[in-house]
Design a protein around this ligand. Structure first.
Ligand SMILES: [Zn+2]
Length: 247
């Protein structure tokens, strides 16, 4: 009979020098942020792909902003606080070289003081001017129904329509090459709270595996595609405890 040795997540990772992590919406649910897909998901709205697109922002900016504001509860997202999962990943920096790659736009890894974070889909807490590049904290423009840039250039107000600093449909993700380098160079790759439904992030486990990097999925359910996943651990993120979770 084959012996199976179980250990805690903390002990399991103790020998790893560098760890790359991919996080998805599942880890932010305990912070009160609804998932984008699946039951109760924000993106179940049938107009999302059309209306949350870069083309719609260009062609019908007023309608874009009305849709955007109706889809996201801005104050809820800005007021969300990191939970035990975000804090744990930040604490791992004390003993490991960490890279956190996230599909989430809630900025909670930065709030939890993780220092090396790749936000593949941008961040909700920033709003930018496509014309002059000025970056606004979303809190400062949240009461404007149709926000415009107030920066002064050569004595005149810029006045361009602002853009949420998130990756819209029709735009490429950010930092994928950097994410790929981090994942393939790590001693371990952990996927947390993602069902790996969205490209190109869902390629990362296969890329890691091809380089011999062991991969670990921690989620409340198996991923939609388990290619490249060496080990799956089921976890309830609302009660996440790396000292108790058995791997
Ligand atoms: Zn501007």
């Amino acid at each position: 009979m084959e012996m199976i040795h179980m250990t805690t997540l903390t002990a399991y990772l103790a020998g790893d020098r560098s760890i790359a992590v991919l996080t998805g919406a599942g880890i932010s649910v305990p912070s009160g942020i609804p998932p984008f897909r699946g039951a109760g998901g924000l993106y179940n709205n049938k107009d999302v792909e059309r209306c949350l697109s870069v083309n719609y922002l260009r062609r019908q900016p007023r309608e874009f902003w009305a849709f955007y504001r109706s889809l996201f509860a801005i104050d809820l997202l800005l007021g969300a606080e990191p939970n035990a999962v975000h804090r744990w990943l930040s604490s791992l920096e004390a003993g490991h070289q960490m890279t956190v790659i996230t599909q989430n736009i809630d900025g909670l890894h930065r709030k939890a003081s993780s220092t090396h974070v790749i936000e593949m889909h941008g961040s909700f807490d920033r709003t930018v001017c496509p014309a002059c590049g000025k970056v606004y904290h979303t809190a400062t423009i949240r009461h404007q129904s149709f926000p415009h840039c107030s920066a002064k250039r050569n004595g005149t107000i810029c006045g361009s329509v602002l853009k949420p600093d998130i990756v819209l449909f029709g735009e490429p993700v950010r930092g994928f090459a950097e994410a790929e380098r981090a994942v393939t160079a790590a001693d371990r790759f952990i996927i947390l709270g993602s069902s790996l439904a969205v490209a190109p992030a869902n390629f990362l486990p296969v890329l890691a595996k091809a380089q011999g990097v062991p991969t670990l999925l921690i989620n409340d359910r198996p991923a939609l595609q388990m290619d490249g996943i060496d080990c799956f651990v089921r976890a309830d993120f609302s009660r996440f405890d790396p000292e108790q979770l058995q791997v």
